[in-house]
Ligand binder design. Structure first.
Ligand SMILES: [Zn+2]
Length: 229
């Protein structure tokens, strides 16, 4: 699936990364068929949704949501693959704008003061050329909200997580995030943490702890997709 996407993109750069069909006039970045079929969670209007529950007892969040359900071999997987591994950073801005439209329906963004993307390790960011969470956050922010990518800093890779015990993993995650250069921007404000996908929530949890310790008034979480339904 992934290799096919890469090959098709190489020869037909104007194809939809969700389904690999060619884009027609009037379609931007994603075809209308994929746009209409992205599986929405509707979680923005459900306060105790599954994403919010994932963090219960772990970190005190004002609210949490994911906009779409992530399924293997789905159109959304194609989009996320294009964003992360095929250098389509602008697709992140586009997806962020789509998310903002969905969130605005239930006025979910109205009480947010500033957006903070989950940081990538600087080496990984150099390799990829951009941080996909930052592109999504910028898309959500639009002209309405400020965003600050240097509020947090990832201090090392969180690789080979699966081979560690639960306690080792917890320790590992809690020492991967640190305050960044611009952490003062979040003091006394309602911060929205943004990432592409939530699975275990460990990285987002580590970020939220740092933001609260550093004086954020409230922290909320929003991701493009969640891996559970
Ligand atoms: Zn498509």
């Amino acid at each position: 699936m992934a290799v096919l996407h890469d090959l098709i993109h190489l020869f037909y750069p104007e194809s939809c990364p969700g389904c690999t069909n060619s884009l027609v006039d009037g379609e931007q970045r994603i075809c209308l068929d994929c746009l209409s079929r992205l599986p929405k969670t509707g979680y923005a209007s459900i306060h105790d949704n599954k994403v919010a529950r994932l963090f219960w007892g772990r970190v005190d969040l004002a609210k949490a949501t994911a906009v779409y359900f992530f399924e293997k071999d789905s159109r959304l997987q194609g989009l996320i693959h294009a964003l992360k591994y095929m250098g389509q950073g602008k697709l992140g801005l586009y997806l962020g704008r789509l998310m903002a439209q969905e969130l605005d329906r239930s006025h979910w963004l109205d009480d947010i003061d500033i957006l903070v993307p989950v940081p990538l390790h600087s080496k990984k960011k150099r390799h990829r050329g951009f941080n996909q969470a930052e592109m999504i956050a910028r898309g959500i922010a639009g002209f309405k909200l400020p965003w600050e990518e240097r509020a947090l800093k990832r201090i090392r890779h969180s690789s080979s997580q699966t081979k560690k015990s639960r306690i080792q993993r917890w320790d590992n995650m809690n020492s991967i995030m640190a305050p960044g250069k611009s952490v003062k921007q979040i003091v006394g404000r309602h911060v929205l943490l943004v990432d592409d996908i939530v699975t275990t929530g460990a990285t987002l949890e580590a970020c939220a702890h740092v933001l609260l310790e550093q004086g954020a008034a409230k922290v909320s979480i929003c991701t493009l997709a969640c891996t559970f339904t």
